[in-house]
Design a protein. Structure first.
Ligand code: THU
Length: 131
């Protein structure tokens, strides 16, 4: 399941801009209507200005008007020796932009696992805390 979005994430990974870490990440948001939005990690000589692939993909989707109800799945792939897990900042962004049941597919080509956004960030801080 979700082979196409994983494949698209691997295609995106070819465009990863990672001259400092050499760690390449690709991501792709799959919408319920079939649209896909790619993203890659974009590094910076000022390391903190780096953007992760999954945030790049999600921000691209949001920039085209996509909202959480329209998102079917998110794929994140990397070329590491083990499956790359999303960083804490990305998990917080998932909690803002994805439904907690949305599948997040993680792969390094050799192994693939699927977790939900809710599983990746339990006990999240969210808009509900600001009411
Ligand atoms: N990276 C991602 O793109 N996604 C993650 O969730 C983890 C880290 C990138 C950021 C940086 O370009 C490189 O991996 C090494 O940290």
């Amino acid at each position: 399941m979700y082979e196409n979005v994983v494949k698209e994430a691997f295609e995106a990974m070819k465009c990863s801009y990672a001259p400092y870490s050499g760690y390449h990440v690709g991501a792709c948001v799959l919408c319920r209507d079939g649209r896909m939005f790619r993203g890659v990690n974009v590094e910076n000589a000022s390391y903190g200005a780096t953007n992760c692939a999954e945030r790049s993909a999600l921000f691209a989707a949001v920039s085209w008007g996509v909202r959480r109800e329209q998102i079917e799945a998110l794929a994140i792939v990397s070329d590491g020796r083990r499956i790359g897990m999303p960083c804490g900042i990305c998990r917080q962004v998932f909690s803002e932009l994805l439904d907690e049941k949305t599948p997040v597919i993680l792969s390094n080509g050799e192994q693939t696992i699927t977790l939900t956004a809710g599983e990746l960030l339990p006990y999240r801080f969210s808009a509900e805390d600001l009411q």
